[in-house]
Design a binder for this molecule. Structure first.
Ligand SMILES: NC(=O)c1ccc[n+]([C@@H]2O[C@H](COP(=O)([O-])OP(=O)(O)OC[C@H]3O[C@@H](n4cnc5c(N)ncnc54)[C@H](O)[C@@H]3O)[C@@H](O)[C@H]2O)c1
Length: 268
C-alpha cells in the first residue's frame, strides 16, 4: 500500500506519526500533499514521509488516501482526485467530521472505495478513541486497513454509519468534557488549599487511573465504584453530592446535545 495524505495538518500528521511509530506504515510508503508548503514540510520532518508538490502527483504515487482536510475543503479535493485518478481503483479514508459516506461517494467514480472515520484529539498523544464506517464499495481488507491505521493511535471500533453522530457526541466531543471535569476537580483541590499545579496533576492522573482500570479490568464502572466506596466513608459522601447536583444527568445531556448538533451539521 502506498498511502497519500491529503491535508498534512494536526490530525493527518498525528495519525501517520502513530502508524509509523507502531510500524504499521513505513515512511518510504507514505506521501503527503498540503496546499500550504510549510505544512507539507513539517509533516515530512515529523514522519520521514515524502512530499508531493500537487494533488495530481500524489494521486499518481498512491493507491490509498487519507483525506485530512477540513470538511469545507473536501468537495474540491475529491473532485480533483476523481479527475486525476480516472477509473483506477483506490481507497479513500476520510476523517472529515460530518461528511457522510453518500456525500464522499458522490464526488468519486465507482472505482474508488470510501471509509468514513471519526477520530478524536487524544490521537495526537496516541490515546485516541475513534470509530469508522465503511462505504458500499469498501471491502473487508479496506476495513482492516482503516482499523490498523486508527488503532495505531488508540482504540478503533467499526460501527454502522448511523452511529457516527453518537460517536461524535461521546468520544469526538468527549475530550472537552474530560478537560472540564479535570479543571473542576482541580478548582476544588485549590479551594481546599492544594497548589494549582498539584491539583491539576492529581485530578488528571486520577481520571487517567480510573479510565485505565475500566479498560484493563473489563469490570463494569459501577462495580469499580462500589469497590472503592466504604460504608460511612468519604467517597460515598462525594458520590451523594455528585448525584444531588445531577452530574450523571448533565453528562447524559451533554452527549445528547452534541449528538443532535452533529446530526444538524451533517445536513448543512
Ligand atoms: N482536530 C480534531 O480534533 C479532529 C477530530 C476529529 C476529526 N477531525 C477532522 O480532521 C480533519 C482535519 O482537522 P485538523 O484539526 O487536522 O485540521 P488542520 O487545519 O490542522 O489540517 C488541515 C490541513 O488541510 C490542508 N488543506 C486544506 N485544503 C487543502 C487542499 N485543497 N489540498 C491539500 N491540503 C489542504 C490545510 O492547509 C491544513 O494543513 C477535519 O476534517 C476535522 O473535521 C479533527
Amino acid at each position: 500500500m502506498h498511502l497519500g495524505v491529503i491535508g498534512c495538518g494536526k490530525m493527518g500528521s498525528a495519525l501517520i506519526q502513530g502508524a509509523i511509530n507502531a510500524k504499521i506504515l513505513q515512511p518510504s510508503t507514505v506521501f503527503g500533499y498540503d496546499k500550504i508548503i510549510a505544512a507539507s514540510e513539517s509533516f515530512a520532518a515529523a514522519t520521514g514521509a515524502s512530499i508531493c508538490s500537487s494533488l495530481e502527483e500524489l494521486s499518481q504515487s498512491c493507491d490509498t488516501f487519507l483525506l485530512a482536510t477540513k470538511p469545507y475543503d473536501v468537495a474540491a479535493v475529491l473532485k480533483n482526485l476523481a479527475a486525476s485518478r480516472g477509473d483506477r481503483p483506490a481507497l479513500v479514508i476520510s476523517i472529515a467530521a460530518g461528511i457522510t459516506l453518500a456525500s464522499l461517494e458522490s464526488y468519486l467514480p465507482k472505482s474508488i472505495r470510501v471509509i468514513r472515520t471519526m477520530p478524536n484529539t487524544p490521537a495526537l498523544v496516541g490515546k485516541g478513541a475513534s470509530a469508522f464506517a465503511v462505504g458500499e464499495r469498501a471491502t473487508a481488507d479496506d476495513a482492516n486497513a482503516a482499523e490498523k491505521l486508527l488503532s495505531s493511535v488508540g482504540l478503533a471500533l467499526q460501527v454502522p454509519e448511523k452511529l457516527l453522530d453518537a460517536v461524535t457526541g461521546l468520544s469526538g466531543s468527549g475530550p472537552a468534557y474530560g478537560f472540564l471535569i479535570i479543571e473542576a476537580l482541580a478548582d476544588a483541590g485549590v479551594r481546599h488549599g492544594l497548589p494549582r499545579q498539584d491539583a491539576i496533576r492529581l485530578a488528571a492522573q486520577t481520571m487517567l487511573g480510573a479510565a485505565t482500570m475500566v479498560l484493563e479490568t473489563s469490570l463494569h464502572p459501577a462495580q469499580l465504584k462500589d469497590m472503592v466506596t466504604s460504608p460511612g466513608g468519604t467517597t460515598i459522601e462525594g458520590l451523594a453530592a455528585l448525584e444531588k447536583n445531577g452530574v450523571r444527568h448533565a453528562l447524559i445531556e451533554a452527549v445528547s446535545a452534541a449528538t443532535h448538533r452533529s446530526i444538524e451539521l451533517s445536513k448543512i
